[in-house]
Design a binder for this molecule. Sequence first.
Ligand SMILES: *Cc1c(COP(=O)(O)O)cnc(C)c1O
Length: 368
Amino acid sequence: MQVPMLDLKGELELFKEPIVNNIAEVVHSGAYILGEKGEQFEKQVAEYLHASYGLGVGSGTDALQLSLKALDIGPGDEVITTPFTFFATGEVIAQEGAKPVFVDIEADTYNLDPSKIEEAITEKTKAIIVVHLYGQTANMKDIMTIANKYNLRVIEDACQAIGSEYEGERVGAIGDLGCFSFFPTKNLGAFGDAGLVVTNNKAMSEKIRILRNHGSEVKYHHSMTGMNSRLDELQAAILLVKLAYLDTFLANRKKIASNYTEHFQNIVKCPPIVEGREHTFHQYCIEVEHREELADQLKRKGIATAIYYPIPLHLQPVFQYLGYKEGDFPVAEQVAKRILALPIHPMLTEKQQNHVISSVTSFINDNK
Ligand SMILES: *Cc1c(COP(=O)(O)O)cnc(C)c1O
């Protein structure tokens, strides 16, 4: 039996018709960037995220970069973030000329460990980029308390966490700016690159609106240098249809996760359900001793797996100039060696889930 990590074609069957109709509308409209569909999507998704403003941009990476620009972060500034994330989180900090400063993660949630943030703060620290990895929310209460104490801005990298909640609040609009990705494999995926910035701050939203459009408010008048990073109408047309399915898909992911955890909790380290936090399971990752052997055995049984992420950011060759070395962030390093993502897309059948459960269980029992 084949169990792929994703089934985008299977999902498509659910909403192919409305999507094709919406695309046709855009094709015939003659307006392709920053139009009606984009505005409609921005309004609906901001509402969904309980945020005052939503700005469609080119990608999740652009959302992060635009957020740093909006906060005037650049050379001479330091930005604290996690070493255990997708590369883009650290990349944008360096791209803006600022210095990424890494802080180790919690062993259970894999997100920034608030108890280690204060010792990394210097006079140059301007902001924290907190990542809600795999859809699990970071400890926002403690992070916001520290940010307020030191007058730091908080950017939430919620690219993997649309719809995740922290103490009843949707992530993204808890910090100053929230960034989302609609890369096709994300929990809400477009048919190309697309992203979003949300905020409750009107001035910030105006600034992002200008920055995404070459720093221009009035055509051919430029008040700042920005980017060319706008949500196009075709992606907005697709996202408008798919947004209506998001809650159903997230519910499926949670159901599959609880099925997995019920069977795995006594034999391997599973993603924890933390009081007050709503995990949306962009990924379901377990920690295992013999990861490569398990991945190989699962592959032979038709089950795909993936490793997010094998090398922490502080050990990436491009960040060598920062002077970090192996051993600096022991939790992130240990997790990077043991983590393995299992298939958890919303189209997974019960039979496929059972195949994953029995295959993982028999491997663990044979390798005790
Ligand atoms: C996907 C992702 C990004 C980048 O989003 P793109 O839309 O691919 O540019 C950034 N951070 C995290 C944590 C991600 O998962």
